[in-house]
Design a protein around this ligand. Sequence first.
Ligand code: SF4
Length: 745
Amino acid sequence: MNFRRKLGLDILPEKYAYGEDPHYGHTSEQKIPDRWVPTTCGYCSVGCGMFIGVKGGRAVTVRGNQNHPVNLGKLCPKGLSEHYTLEAPNRARYPLLRKNGKLVPVSWDEALDTMVEKFRATQERYGPDALGVISTGQLVTEEFYTLGKLVQLGFGTKNYDGNTTLCMASAVSGYKRSFGSDGPPGSYEDLQKADVIFLIGANIADNHPILCQHLEANPRKTLIVADPRVTKTAMMADLFLPLKPRSDIALLNGLIHLLIRTGQIDCEYIAKHTSGFAELARFVEKYTPAYVAQITGLSEDLIIKTADLYGSAQAAFIGWTMGVNHSTQGAETVNAINNLALITGNIGRAGASPFSITGQCNAMGTREAGFASSLPGYRKFESAEDRAQLARLWKIDPDRIPTSRGLAYPDIVEAAVGKKIRALWIIATNPIVSFPNLDVLKQGLETLDFLVVQDGFHPTPTTELAHLVLPAAIWGEKEGTYTNSERRVSKVNRAVNPPGDAKSDFDIFLALADKLGCREELFPGWTGPEQAFEEWKRVSKGRLCDYSGLSYSLIEEHNGIQWPFPEGTTEVGTTRLYADGHFPTENGKAKLFCIEWTLFPEQPNQQFPFVLNTGRTVEHWHTRTKTGQVEILERMSPNAWLEMNTRDAQALRLRPHDSVDVISRRGRVRNVELRVTEIVAPGQVFMPFHFAEANANQVTQSAFDPISREPNYKQCAVSVQLSVSPKERRAKESRRKKALSMEVS
Ligand code: SF4
């Protein structure tokens, strides 16, 4: 220690000095930036506008953008600490190639030459579709568009999908089936304009926290929340429906039954804009309040009251997230939600919408840019006209465009296990934590001849298995656009340089196109994302997601603009889809579906008596690759936990803070801290899925929606037992009490 410091004369002013910031006022000098770079949050699909404060080339702080219509200056804990992710110790800095069993740094040239050589050799030997690609919802739209072209036209495989299939595929499939196209019809403004807001399986207080401020800005609303768990969002509700796990379809059918019976439907809208009403009306006859009460566990009174509130609303909004999507009947549940909105005419008007709240910051961008479950611009693989249009735009032979979608994410994994996929490229996702029934995935990845993982972080449980790791720039280090849940396209900007030799995903894709010899054909003259954006505008022109009137400068000027925004649009404001009642189906009408409720696939029994529900917490993002490195978030939520009802805990003689194991037919999660609580009902337990160290996906099942291919993460049968012997438990408890008393004193 220096002498002046020892005497207390050196007060380290360079570290602790205060200064005056025009935005924050009196604050740490170190946190006062030289410049503020406007951008959009890179975590969730709410799409909050923010600024990154840069000082001496480093991101030192962030603040919310007060003029951004989504968040009006507010940010949640993840957004407020997002700059820390840029300098996380686990950032990937150099390309790493496995040599003699070890990942060693190599040049970009060697990395990309090896990748192209291995992929080409695999495809020559086993066929073009022996190469699989799994991407993400974290890239900018320009990168998704570029990647899709590179994968399907450059590498020539159609086995390309994103981790958005683990998240939003059910909403996508449900929208396509009901309305003829993907695309959430409503806007966040509807949360402020609706007089009834019905949230089903959507814990927005934890997962989309800034949306709560839109709810709070609506003093007239009645908030109805349906969830098996008393979530933070349920605690905000005027009417809470604690329904049994996965009984939502029965509830929706029961509401439709009551609304038809009481005449609280919009007959004119049904006749003009929907098809299939007579069949639906006959089908829901059996969903009487008594039958629905038996399935859902709700009282008949509660069901009747919900129907009456929804049916008498001038404008009713239904929002949902993973409680609906993460199910083997996810897409069908979305259809049942759409049925309810359509028969009451609650779509295409202010406050009235069936609205899927998306997951990742740019899950919407990957859906629009396509190449996975649709072609770009929500075009269909099966449509010769759509393929011909794209071929004209790209000046290529239409035969090069696949006529059907390739394998979806879970089917790529299964094909890897069965050695049909021999090489895999994983981009910005960490399936070794996020994929259900992990042992199957591990088997698939370990069977591969060549695995490339491109990510901003290393090591992650997935990069550790790779033959090649490509280091990528992340949020704050690259440019492009994100689309949020309400179709708002917002600008993302580069504030600082990526670490080491890391490159933006866009630059990696172009460099690969160079190596493949297809750069000039597929990406003529492109050097930056704006050129991709300009081509994307032409490709989206005339489609539902029309970007043709947008430009980077216009988006920046208005803090994001919602699509559709066709060329020539002069007014920037709130947009809603289907305001004219015309849907992109064959007859222009929305389709009503008869959806039967069925039991979820793995029912509890004597050996596995609990239904495990999995989900998130506000402090963490997905697999904690990012948030696990942010000290303040880690301190707020350092460990996984298991919620169990008091009665069940008593029956099992378990106590709060006990260390327990969660066991299913597939595996065991060890040493999870027990929370004894009334948040979950008897017979149910809940666990967050963020923690690799106590990974819920060791016990979840390989059960997927046959329509959307989304996993059934939400319900599986488990048992719970103490991790340690009673003696060890006593010792642990006394250590904990001692530590607590020391903290207090
Ligand atoms: S709500 Fe979502 S977009 Fe907004 S700051 Fe939080 S994580 Fe970011």
